[in-house]
Ligand binder design. Structure first.
Ligand code: FDM
Length: 211
């Protein structure tokens, strides 16, 4: 098969805080690179853009924004990356993404008075992940992982609500990963699934979220 025609896979990591997403993203990228894969790490929110800086100020509680407004900014922060993501994927680069649209919906839906169907609309047309790795931590292990940070949303009750909403978002592209093990054990589980996905989707068309 012609290597040049292969597209990259869109791999998304989701989960509640402290499940180890960021560690696992870095580890996966490092291993895939070592094997000679073209791979890039991305993270949402991307705090480096103008919109990302507004989001960062909001998360750090330096500004207050109406709940729908911040929801749209998070989505806009993904829309501003869409061309770059599409080009990379079509050129054969696999993207490993730390949080994506599912965080967007789950964190907003955990607030009072937010309409679930409305929250999904700004994501329509964005690239659909080939594989969503949902890192799940048992509450026992979570409580041993130390204190939450100082940012907005880093509170146990809010995180519990987010977790329940994540469950509602699961579809067939999701794989639930037990994140209770050591970083190496969790990585092994992830690695197998990612390798399969890269192989499986390499000749498939890119998909987009529909209505
Ligand atoms: N978050 C993240 C959202 O509320 N909406 C989104 O669309 C995204 C991508 O931002 F609490 C929340 C989730 C988390 C916070 O994430 C910042 P990091 O991973 O801690 O930077």
């Amino acid at each position: 098969m012609n290597q040049a025609l292969r597209r990259g896979a869109l791999i998304v990591f989701e989960g509640c805080d402290r499940a180890g997403k960021t560690t696992q993203c870095h580890k996966l990228v490092e291993v895939l690179k070592r094997e000679g894969h073209r791979v890039e790490l991305m993270k949402f929110p991307d705090r480096s853009t103008t919109i990302g800086q507004m989001i960062s100020q909001y998360l750090q509680k330096k500004v207050e924004l109406e709940d729908h407004v911040i929801h749209l900014l998070f989505a806009a922060n993904r829309w501003e990356a869409v061309k770059k993501m599409e080009n990379l994927l079509l050129n054969g680069t696999t993207l490993v993404v730390d949080r994506y649209s599912f965080s967007g919906i789950a964190f907003s839906a955990a607030k009072p008075h937010m309409d679930f169907e409305w929250l999904k609309q700004p994501e329509v047309g964005l690239l659909q992940p080939d594989l969503v790795l949902f890192l799940e931590l048992s509450s026992d292990v979570a409580s041993k992982r130390g204190e939450f940070g100082q940012e907005r949303y880093e509170q146990p009750q809010f995180q519990r609500s987010v977790r329940q909403i994540f469950r509602k978002l699961q579809d067939k592209s999701w794989q639930v990963i037990n994140a209770d093990g050591t970083p190496e054990e969790v990585h092994q589980d992830i690695y197998e699934k990612v390798k399969r996905s890269i192989e499986l989707v390499s000749f498939q068309q890119l998909k987009k979220f529909d209505k």
